[in-house]
Design a protein around this ligand. Structure first.
Ligand code: TXE
Length: 483
C-alpha cells in the first residue's frame, strides 16, 4: 500500500534500528481535521541521548569513508525521492497542507538536493601552497565537523531536512535529525529511505518529539558538534545562546519580512503575478514570502486593483483537490495567529482591502482567505513576520524611497524588484540589505544548487545549500610538512 493512503506509525531510527517512543503523538491533516495522518513516537531526553551516542559511535567510520561510498548513498536517496515524488507529495500535502503540485515539486527538489550533494562528495577539495619557509609544504584540507543535529520546521518537511542532511553526510558527518512535531511522517519517510541507502548504523538517526525536550537536549549536548536550525527567531536565539556557551558550530535560518518593490515602469501583469505567487502560494508559509509590497505611487492603485481581482479568484481548498491554488493554514494555532494579525491591522488603522476571514469548505480544515492591506511602514503588520497569507502594500514616492522602505526592517532574507530599468535593477542588486535578490521574479522560489540565506535577524552562520554548504559542514585543517 502506498504511504499517502494509510495511517502511519512512525518510529525513531536509532543506531540502525526502528524504536518506539517514550510516548506518542498524532499528526492531523489540516485540510480535513477528522483525519489522523500518523500516530508517531515521541522521544524523551534519554532516547535523544541514545541517538546522539549512536551518531558519536558511527563517526570514526563514516568520517573516513570513501567519497564514492557517500556519493552512492546520497545518489540512491535522491533517485528514490525523485521516483516516488507523486506518492510522497501526497503524504506531504496531507500532513502539511500545501497543494499537491507544490508538494510534489518539493519532494523533487529534495531528490535533486541529494543528487547534487552526491556529486559534491566527490569534489571535496583542498589547497597546497608553497610555504614561506624553505622545504616546507603547506596543505589546507577540509574535514567533517562531527555529529550534526538537524532541527527542522514544518513548512518544508522534505526540502529543508534534505538541504541540511545531504551536505552533512556528503562531507562525512553523522546526523541526528529532529523534524517538527506537525510533520513527523514526512521526516520519517525521508529517514526510511535513508535507512536503505547503505549508510552504516548510527550514521543517520531520526528522533521525533518536542522542541523543549528533544530539541533542547540536542542543542545542549556536549557531543553534538554542530546544530543546523530553521524556524522562528525566538527559538533560533535560544539555540544561539546555548551553542555559544559550549562553542558548538551553529547555523540558523529564521524569519523574513521580505519586500517586493514594484516600480512605475514595471510590467504590471508580471508584477502582480510575482506578488500573488510570492505572497500567497504555500499559504504564505515561507520564510521567503513577499509580505511587504512596496509600490511606486503612479501604479499603486492599479496594482492594488489587479492584485485584489486575482485574490478574489484564488481557489482556496483541500490540498489534494485538483485546481486548489492555496491550501489550508498548517494548524489551528497558526490560523489563530494569522487572524490575530488581522485584528492588529484593524486596530492600528491600516486599511483593509481584501480577505483574511476564516473559510468553510466541504471538509473541516484550517482555511482562510488571502488577505491584503494598505499599511504604513510603522504598522506591526508591516514589520512582524506573520507567516500566513497576509500581505500589505506600502506606497513609495520613487525608487529611492522604495529602497529605503525595503531596507527598513530587522530582517534581511530576500528582496524583489519589478522594473524594466537596468539602472534600478543594477542598483537594487547591490544595495538591498539581504542575502538574496530577485528581479522580475517572486521572492519565493529558489534554485537548489546555489547558496540560500540572509542577513540581520534572518540568518546566522554560514550559508546553506550549493557548494557554500561546505563552510558549515566542514572544518579546515592546515598541515605543515618538511619535505
Ligand atoms: O517554530 P519553532 P514553530 C515561525 C512562524 C511560526 C512560528 C512558530 O512565524 O508561526 O515560527 O513555528 C524546534 N530547542 N517560523 O513553533 O518553535 C521545533 O520542535 C531546540 C518561521 O514551528 O522555531 C521545530 O523542530 N529546538 C520559519 C523547530 O525547532 C527547538 C519556519 C522550529 O520550531 C526548541 C517555521 C528549543 N528550545 C516557523 N523549541 C521560517 N521563517 O522559515 C522548538 N524547537
Amino acid at each position: 500500500m502506498k504511504l499517502g493512503e494509510i495511517r502511519q506509525q512512525p518510529r525513531h531510527l536509532i543506531n540502525g534500528r526502528w524504536v518506539s517512543g517514550a510516548t506518542t503523538g498524532i499528526s492531523i491533516n489540516p485540510s480535513d481535521t477528522r483525519e489522523v495522518v500518523a500516530e508517531f513516537a515521541r522521544a524523551d531526553r534519554n532516547q535523544t541521548e541514545l541517538a546522539i551516542a549512536a551518531a558519536v559511535d558511527a563517526l570514526p567510520q563514516w568520517s573516513l569513508s570513501t567519497p564514492q561510498r557517500r556519493a552512492d548513498a546520497l545518489d540512491l536517496a535522491g533517485s528514490e525521492l525523485l521516483a516516488r515524488k507523486e506518492e510522497l507529495g501526497q503524504l506531504l500535502a496531507r500532513e502539511e497542507g500545501k497543494t499537491l503540485p507544490e508538494a510534489i515539486a518539493e519532494v523533487a527538489r529534495a531528490g535533486n538536493i541529494f543528487k547534487f550533494f552526491a556529486g559534491e562528495a566527490l569534489r571535496i577539495g583542498g589547497e597546497t601552497l608553497a610555504s614561506v619557509r624553505p622545504g616546507v609544504q603547506v596543505d589546507i584540507t577540509r574535514e567533517p565537523v562531527g555529529v550534526v543535529a538537524v532541527i527542522a520546521p514544518w513548512n518544508f518537511p522534505f526540502a529543508i531536512p534534505a538541504w541540511k542532511i545531504a551536505p552533512a553526510l556528503a562531507y562525512g558527518n553523522t546526523v541526528v535529525f529532529k523534524p517538527a512535531e506537525l510533520v513527523p511522517t514526512c521526516g520519517w519517510a525521508l529517514a526510511e529511505i535513508l535507512s536503505r541507502c547503505g549508510l552504516p548504523a548510527g550514521t543517520f538517526n531520526l528522533i521525533m518529539g518536542s522542541g523543549r525536550e528533544v530539541g533542547q537536549t540536542l542543542v545542549e549536548h556536549p557531543r553534538v558538534n554542530a546544530v543546523s536550525f530553521t524556524g522562528s527567531v525566538s527559538t533560533g536565539r535560544r539555540i544561539l545562546t546555548a551553542t555559544a556557551a559550549r562553542q558548538a558550530k551553529v547555523q540558523l535560518e529564521m524569519g523574513g519580512k521580505n519586500p517586493l518593490i514594484v516600480l512605475a515602469d514595471a510590467d504590471l501583469d508580471q508584477a502582480v503575478d510575482c506578488a500573488l505567487q510570492g505572497s500567497y502560494f504555500s499559504t504564505g508559509q515561507r520564510c521567503t514570502a513577499s509580505s511587504r509590497l512596496i509600490v511606486e505611487a503612479p501604479v499603486h492603485d492599479a496594482f492594488v486593483a489587479r492584485l485584489t481581482q486575482r485574490l478574489a479568484a484564488l481557489k482556496v481548498g483541500h490540498a489534494l483537490t485538483r485546481g486548489t491554488e492555496m491550501g489550508p493554514v498548517v494548524d489551528g494555532a497558526q490560523l489563530e495567529q494569522n487572524l490575530s494579525y488581522m485584528a492588529i491591522g484593524a486596530d492600528e488603522g491600516a486599511q483593509h482591502v481584501f480577505g483574511g476571514e476564516r473559510l468553510e469548505r466541504e471538509t473541516p480544515g484550517h482555511y482562510m482567505s488571502p488577505a491584503l492591506w494598505l499599511a504604513e511602514p510603522g504598522h506591526r503588520i508591516a514589520r512582524e513576520e506573520i507567516f500566513g497569507p497576509i500581505a500589505c502594500v506600502l506606497r513609495a514616492d520613487d525608487y529611492g524611497h522604495a529602497l529605503e522602505l525595503a531596507n527598513d526592517t530587522p530582517f534581511g532574507l530576500c528582496a524583489g524588484l519589478c522594473t524594466t530599468s537596468l539602472k534600478h535593477a543594477t542598483h537594487f542588486r547591490r544595495h538591498a540589505q539581504v542575502g538574496m535578490t530577485m528581479v522580475n521574479l517572486p521572492t519565493a522560489g529558489v534554485d537548489f544548487h546555489v547558496p540560500f540565506g540572509g542577513r540581520k535577524d534572518s540568518s546566522h552562520g554560514p550559508r546553506e545549500q550549493g557548494r557554500y554548504a561546505a563552510e558549515f559542514y566542514t572544518t579546515v585543517k592546515t598541515s605543515y610538512m618538511l619535505a
